[in-house]
Design a protein around this ligand. Structure first.
Ligand code: ZN
Ligand code: ZN
Length: 680
């Protein structure tokens, strides 16, 4: 500021001063600096220079110094200054401030103009401001502004976006002239509420339709799931624009009809970033990651600008696949292209590293995130939990609370599962009551599931049963399954019998129930019962999800499914697996055969366990990567106890670190031991 003070000593002209002060206001300032500028404004009698005052007040608003703003504003309130302040407030995302200035206008008997109303109404539409919106509507009626068609359409839209379809409809009915814009707004309102017929009625009754009308109708059918009707409107649309194509492609992608989406995509003359991103995230959501990545490569070949949305989709694909190298490549790409690490992109990156097993990098990036929201915290908390760091997850939770971020149901699922993986019984109980008492979050079945799991693992079976019997929500197979698992570990046959009966009462079409049941029978070698269950599963068409493991080798993700030999190198892999089987037997490994669900000869059973997908994936990893490098595998189901022992021996014999992410957590195998301490 010393240069500022210096420039005033030489008494420059007024216009020079204004220009100079304006240039100072271009950069973010501290409150103290603003005070200095304000005194210059007063000393030099510039408080009626509208442009300068407006800029000055915007800087004050940016610092959230509302008191100071109203002080200055009150000295010379005009309509244009008021409108300026309302616009600036809305741009800062504060509807409250906008309403504050709006009320000031009314109380100082200044008459708002059309522009004032439009701005505030649009802000109400965008930020759930129905109460404010209603009162503004009343003011408009009182002041006699309601004949204005543009204003009426905006009111209609405000009601529609605030889910008050009745009021929106009333406004529409009362309109003297329903132009294209009003009809379009009403179609979109009906569409948002799923009233396809009503939307179609308006659409058909329109004398003139513009592109927005056609696109709104396509979108309406897509949202209702009637893709064929949407496609008919799309084909009939006389002036298809980019939005029409993108809307239709989005519709196909959301319904999982990727082939038709791709057909349209290929038929387009030109595409924008929305087109590319829709297609990529469509592939990611249907689990078609290879196509998602090949489209990303095509994007680069065609020199299409990749944006944050693309990267978030791809990072979530990497997280799902456990494709660390691919994720790292995207991270490097982001740095190279100088992407801003905002909260969304930063959280996606943290999540990718967590789910690919790189906890250290994830923690580092998380620490460096300039802004963290609930998603960032939830991601790090459940990440720590999955890696078996229950206490650290609680620690993160406490820091989150210090930052005044209110936890939600997801936060507590992360925390409770962390307690369960780390055997933190007291901490888990404390968090469970904190969730209800302090945050008013009603526990859902997944929270009860974590609690049951926590108690059962710790051997507190009776307490777990009491919880199951008193919980207000119906227990699902996952909840009962964790009790059964504990019964196996703690050898409580009688209890497991009771749980089995309970499982049978649950939805008989749920494949999960059958699997748990047959597992229990298999453990007791009741092969007749296992057979009966398998027969029933076949008869009812219920299928057990096949075990599937993924491993990333030289930038490609390889998939292994139990009982599937379609991998091009399958013969070599299974020969190599036999070899390492002998290798680990030499140092004490013995195959456990309980988890096999069939009455077959011991030797055959052993070979069924031998070809579990994670073993195939790890064997492939061992034969195709550098000695000493880390092997990372992602499995869709819980790792079985035989594979767990096998991998422990493997990590010792081959001196490799092996990281397996199964359905519930991470297992870091090193020197013959696992990070889960055999507690999973
Ligand atoms: Zn297994
Ligand atoms: Zn483990």
């Amino acid at each position: 500021m010393s240069s500022l003070m210096h420039s005033f000593l030489s008494k420059p002209s007024k216009s020079y001063l204004v220009g100079h002060l304006l240039s100072l206001l271009q950069v973010p300032l501290t409150l103290n600096q603003l005070h200095q500028i304000h005194s210059q404004i007063i000393i030099n009698q510039l408080s009626k220079t509208h442009h300068l005052i407006a800029n000055f007040l915007t800087s004050c608003l940016n610092l959230h110094h509302l008191h100071y703003v109203s002080l200055v504003y009150n000295q010379n309130p005009t309509l244009s200054l008021s409108n300026f302040m309302i616009r600036a407030s809305i741009q800062c995302g504060s509807l409250g401030n906008a309403v504050f200035f709006f009320r000031r206008m009314l109380s100082s008997e200044m008459c708002p103009d059309n522009n004032t109303f439009l701005m505030v109404l649009r802000a109400c539409a965008a930020s759930n401001g129905i109460v404010v919106g209603q009162s503004i509507h009343n003011t408009i009626l009182k002041m006699g502004f309601d004949y204005d068609g543009h204003l009426q359409t905006t009111i209609l839209d405000m009601y529609a976006k605030n889910r008050d379809l009745g009021s929106a409809h009333k406004v529409f009915e009362r309109m003297r002239e329903r132009d294209v814009v009003a009809c379009n707004a009403m179609i979109m309102a009906y569409s948002r509420h799923g009233h396809v017929e009503l939307a179609l009625e308006i659409f058909k009754g329109m004398n003139k339709k513009n592109n927005v009308s056609w696109n709104a109708m396509i979108d309406c059918y897509c949202k209702s799931g009637n893709l064929e009707a949407a496609r008919q409107i799309f084909d009939r649309n006389p002036a298809r624009d980019m939005v029409s194509w993108n809307t239709m492609i989005t519709g196909y992608c959301k319904s999982g009809i990727l082939a038709l989406a791709k057909e349209l995509f290929d038929a387009m003359d030109s595409r924008n970033s929305i087109t590319w991103n829709t297609m990529i995230s469509g592939y990611v959501h249907t689990g078609d990651f290879t196509d998602a990545f090949s489209l990303f490569h095509q994007m680069q070949v065609e020199r299409v600008r990749v944006n944050e949305v693309t990267l978030v989709s791809l990072l979530s694909a990497c997280a799902h696949l456990g494709a660390l190298d691919m994720g790292k490549w995207i991270h490097a790409y982001m740095r190279h292209k100088r992407f801003k690490f905002d909260v969304v992109l930063g959280t996606a990156l943290v999540d990718m590293y967590l789910k690919c097993g790189s906890l250290d990098i994830a923690l580092q990036i998380f620490k460096e995130l300039p802004h963290k929201n609930i998603f960032s915290w939830n991601s790090i908390i459940s990440g720590l939990a999955m890696h078996g760091y229950g206490l650290e997850a609680i620690d993160a939770f406490n820091r989150m609370r210090e930052c005044n971020i209110k936890p939600d149901g997801v936060t507590f699922v992360g925390l409770l599962s962390g307690c369960s993986h780390s055997g933190l019984v007291d901490e888990g109980k404390g968090l469970f009551s904190l969730m209800r008492d302090e945050y008013g979050i009603e526990p859902k079945v997944e929270h009860y599931g974590c609690m049951v799991d926590l108690l059962a693992r710790a051997g507190l079976l009776k307490e777990a049963i009491v919880l199951i019997e008193t919980m207000p929500v119906e227990p699902n197979p996952v909840v009962l399954g964790s009790i059964l698992h504990a019964c196996e570990v703690h050898k409580d046959i009688e209890l497991s019998e009771r749980m089995i009966k309970r499982l049978l009462e649950l939805d008989p079409r749920d494949g999960g129930n059958y699997v748990f049941l047959s597992n229990v029978y298999a453990c007791r070698k009741n092969w007749d019962d296992v057979d009966a269950i398998r027969k029933e599963m076949r008869d009812r068409g219920v299928r057990k999800t096949p075990g599937c493991s993924l491993i990333e080798v030289s930038n490609a993700v390889h998939e292994f499914t139990v009982g599937d030999s379609s991998h091009p190198q399958f013969a070599q892999i299974s020969a190599f697996l036999d070899e390492i089987n002998w290798g680990v037997r030499e140092i004490g490994y013995e195959a456990k055969t309980e988890p096999v669900l069939h009455d077959i000869e011991e030797e055959e059973k052993e070979s069924a366990v031998r070809y579990h997908s994670e073993k195939l994936a790890i064997a492939f990893g061992l034969m195709s990567t550098e000695p000493g490098s880390v092997i990372r595998v992602v499995k869709n189901l819980r790792i079985c106890s035989d594979c767990h022992v096998f991998i422990k021996f493997l990590s010792k014999k081959y001196k490799r670190e092996i990281i397996v992410r199964d359905k519930s957590r991470f297992h870091h195998f090193r020197y013959g031991a696992c990070s889960c301490k055999d507690y999973w």
